[in-house]
Design a protein around this ligand. Structure first.
Ligand code: PLP
Length: 406
């Protein structure tokens, strides 16, 4: 079914806002997405009817809240086709999900001389945790280089894999270039040598169908707030066999089995990794966001986004003095560019004054921006609630920015 963008926009109250008296054009969806009424209502309903602590009370409200939370876990598992709900760990976001795995590896699975492979286009959240894990253990970080288009060089990746490699951690979609990485090839190549693969899906899960069973990845991380859910909730999918092997990352209530003054044994997965009171409203809100997306239809959403992306790319490429950064064949949602010789911060600030929200800077990927020898980029990132008219207004606004600087 064709997506009705006007109907969709009515589901997002914030899109009716004015910024400096101009209609808001929100093109910073890679940073965070806006929330539909369905998510906000689910959170309000939770506080109005269910609020209580989970997994500990034996009163009705606590039992109902626990049921709602565990139903949400099932919902999230089915959304990414995880075979078992206990393979879904609730975290605060992609960053915490990756830290959980990196610290787990640093505690027990990395030795001096071992190697961890990431790519040159990683977000700091899939770089710094591994850098720290290597520092702690004497392991070495290996970087897959990029080709001129902004895609990873698969041949170089193959050459980096060795008997020293302990894990490969890689983005599914680049938050700077929009490149879709060949994750299936990466997983297959790594698995041929028995090496596990973590996928940072922060920029993928909201734009591409994700099937972790089919991919066969060992870990998949994403954030609720980037997929129309609340902030402060994230997901780590991990294969049960790996989650059993990794030690817990935080300690305290809920993650224990038996505690004495001398010793503690830990709960089973997923609870072993969920110390303290979880973000119940966030979990319920995230499940509501996934329900909302499925109700609209994932296929309609992805088709609409692909067409809008092509439209925006075409329009931007035709504008004089726009230099698009990253030209990989497989891309989605994110377009980075520079306008003439104008600093990206200046472009971003002037667009803001015209009601257009974009992101400018290094997008938490400093090593990539340095590698490309850029001052940063202006980044437009799209959602299914954006329209062609908004892109047209952006193009006119960029022309105005150029005129101001001339
Ligand atoms: N990985 C990628 C590719 C991202 O784009 C982001 C956020 O922009 C993150 C990780 C970190 O996500 P969060 O801040 O929600 O933990």
């Amino acid at each position: 079914m064709k997506l009705d963008v006007n109907a969709v926009r009515n589901d997002f109250p914030i899109l009716q806002q004015k910024i400096y008296g101009k209609p808001l054009i929100y093109l910073d969806n890679a940073a965070t997405t806006q929330k539909p009424n369905a998510v906000m209502q689910a959170i309000v309903r939770y506080y109005e009817t269910l609020n209580s602590n989970v997994h500990r009370g034996n009163h009705l409200l606590s039992i109902q809240a626990t049921d709602a939370m565990e139903r949400a876990r099932n919902r999230i598992a089915s959304f990414i086709h995880a075979p078992h709900p206990e393979e879904i760990i609730f975290t605060r976001g992609t960053t915490e999900s990756i830290n959980l795995v990196a610290q787990g590896f640093a505690s027990s699975l990395l030795q001096p001389g071992d190697e961890v492979i990431i790519s040159a286009l990683e977000h700091h959240s899939n770089l710094v945790p591994w850098q720290q894990a290597c520092l702690r253990t004497g392991a070495q970080l290996k970087i897959i280089p990029l080709d001129e288009s902004g895609q990873i060089r698969l041949g170089d990746f193959r050459n980096l894999l060795s008997e020293k490699t302990r894990i490969v951690a890689i983005a599914h979609v680049s938050n700077v270039l929009g490149t879709i990485l060949p994750v299936q090839d990466i997983i297959d190549l790594a698995h041929r040598r028995g090496i596990p693969v973590l996928i940072d899906g922060a920029q993928a899960v909201q734009h591409l169908p994700i099937d972790v069973s089919q991919l066969g990845c060992d870990f998949y991380a994403f954030s609720g707030h980037k997929i129309y859910g609340p902030t402060g909730i994230g997901i780590l999918y991990g294969k049960g066999s790996w989650l059993e092997k990794i030690p817990p990352f935080q300690f305290g209530g809920e993650m224990i089995e038996i505690v004495s003054f001398e010793k503690t044994t830990f709960n089973e997965i997923p609870f072993k990794f969920e110390a303290g009171t979880p973000n119940v409203e966030g979990i319920i809100g995230l499940a509501a966001a996934l329900d909302y997306l499925c109700q609209i239809g994932l296929e309609s959403i992805f088709k609409y986004e692909t067409e809008l992306f092509e439209y925006a790319l075409h329009k931007l490429s035709r504008l004089d003095d726009v230099r698009i950064i990253g030209r990989a064949k497989d891309r989605c949602s994110v377009i980075s560019f520079l306008l003439d010789h104008i600093h990206p911060y200046d472009t971003g600030t002037l667009l803001d004054q015209m009601g257009i929200a974009v992101r400018s800077g290094n997008h938490c990927a400093q090593p990539l921006i340095d590698l490309l020898n850029l001052p940063g980029t202006v980044r437009v990132s799209l959602s299914f609630y954006n329209t062609r008219e908004e892109i047209d207004i952006l193009i006119t606004a960029l022309q105005k920015v150029k005129d101001i600087f001339q």
